[in-house]
Design a protein around this ligand. Structure first.
Ligand code: ATP
Ligand code: MG
Length: 393
């Protein structure tokens, strides 16, 4: 069956007044961006409180639906067949032929739901529904009407033309990206941080990212993996500005000067400081990490408190209460899992101590950081200056 359009259902529209326009405009913008990757000219319009996609004469249905399923804010995608308005008799014939094409030999329960956008139409919505229901029963003698709990709802919208649809494909939910500011994701090559970025983007937040690279200890391929992960997240979040920070000299210096069991914590504190620098520079309102309580030594409550201490921006940790398996499930759903498990080294794992502290004492950590006084500012400056920015689409 050829569908001429999609009716887009969106929720969270308890948002009233001016905010509703912002929401809808952001939704339309994100939809256009997502559909621009699908072949053919799609027209996204907002009319009378509804958002429609009008499709080109020929297009790949699955590709279009998949693109829309990545646009946050959409809760349902209804494929629509559009008929010319040539009077009620023709409408009844069209609706029956729709049913015949879509549900041949239909035997279940159904109801017809009519909505008139064109109030001048000579019949009321109730009359149209009742009359169409009768015609469908004539054509499908084993079907029956159930207005309370039908297995099939056939929706008919009377506009300049007649819109017919009966199916709602689920969307991703959430809020359109761009309606809730911007935040900086600390993106590693692991499983957790891409999921964290996806979850925050789902709430309407635009994402920038920072990756700490430690050549030659981490390879070009490890970096490419992170770029690939950013591209996968960008399918949902829109373009991501990825900052690739050369972290090697800072790591080596910490390794030389500080107790090895504190290495990970101190290194993570420098990651947060540098991420925050770029966050502020590009007007981000928070940082995002893929940390989950207790997952590793650096994610005990004490360790999280120690890393958190160096940040002035809020740090959002959307997977904080999730088990690994729950995070893996989301990463499979958003298609980052297979890339995340590619076996390239991470800068965190290269210098790990055999017995990292699990309950770091802040005073002790600060004292150890004091040993970096001589060169650390210069090294951080250097890292900021040599950071490479990649625009990931
Ligand atoms: P992930 O699966 O996201 O890599 P993880 O379980 O390996 O997480 P850690 O390595 O302790 O956990 O990192 C915790 C968080 O710190 C990550 O989720 C990520 O947000 C950030 N992070 C760790 N390493 C890097 C890195 N090299 N570049 C940028 N961010 C990083
Ligand atoms: Mg990691």
């Amino acid at each position: 069956m050829l569908f001429h359009a999609f009716l887009i259902k969106y929720a969270e529209i308890a948002i009233k007044g001016k905010n509703r326009y912002l929401f809808e405009d952001a939704l339309v913008k994100q939809m256009r961006m997502a559909l621009s990757r699908v072949e053919g000219e799609f027209k996204v319009t907002k009319e009378q409180g509804r958002v429609y996609v009008f499709c080109p004469e020929s297009y790949d249905f699955d590709e279009a639906v998949e693109a829309l399923q990545r646009v946050f804010g959409i809760v349902g995608i209804c494929p629509v067949v559009i008929y010319e308005d040539k009077g009620f008799e023709q409408m009844a014939e069209d609706v029956v032929s729709y049913m015949e094409a879509r549900y041949p030999g239909y035997e279940g329960s159904f109801k017809v739901y009519t909505r008139r956008a064109k109030k001048s139409y000579p019949m009321t919505s109730m009359e149209v529904s009742a009359e169409l229901g009768g015609r469908i029963l004539d054509a499908f003698p084993l079907a029956r009407v159930d207005v309370h709990n039908p297995e099939l709802t056939l929706s008919v919208e009377i506009r300049e033309k007649i819109y017919v649809y009966s199916e709602t494909i689920p969307g991703p939910g959430g809020m359109p990206v761009g309606t809730n500011g911007k935040a900086m994701l600390l993106l590693s090559g692991g499983i957790d941080s891409p999921v964290a970025g996806y979850m925050i983007a789902k709430r309407g937040v635009k994402i920038d990212a920072v990756y700490f690279h430690a050549p030659p200890y981490t390879s070009e391929r490890a970096k490419q993996k992170v770029v690939d992960l950013a591209a996968l997240v960008a399918k949902y979040s829109g373009p991501i500005r990825l900052h690739v920070v050369n972290f090697t000299d800072i790591q080596l210096y910490i390794y030389d000067q500080c107790p090895h069991e504190e290495l990970t914590i101190i290194m993570r504190r420098y990651m947060m400081r540098i991420a925050e620098h770029f966050a502020k520079e590009s007007n981000c309102l928070g940082l995002i990490t893929g940390e989950s309580i207790g997952q590793v030594a650096s994610q005990t409550l004490q360790s999280l408190a120690a890393t958190n201490e160096v940040c002035t921006l809020p740090v959002y940790r959307p997977v904080i209460g999730f088990d690994k398996q729950e995070i893996v499930e989301i990463s499979r759903k958003i298609n980052t899992f297979e890339t995340s498990i590619l076996p390239f080294e991470d800068c965190c794992t290269i210098f790990v101590a055999k017995h990292p502290v699990t309950k770091p004492n802040l005073n002790v950590i600060r004292r150890s950081e004091g040993k970096l006084a001589e060169k650390i500012d210069e090294l951080v400056e250097e890292a900021l200056r040599t950071t490479e920015v990649i625009e990931v689409q």
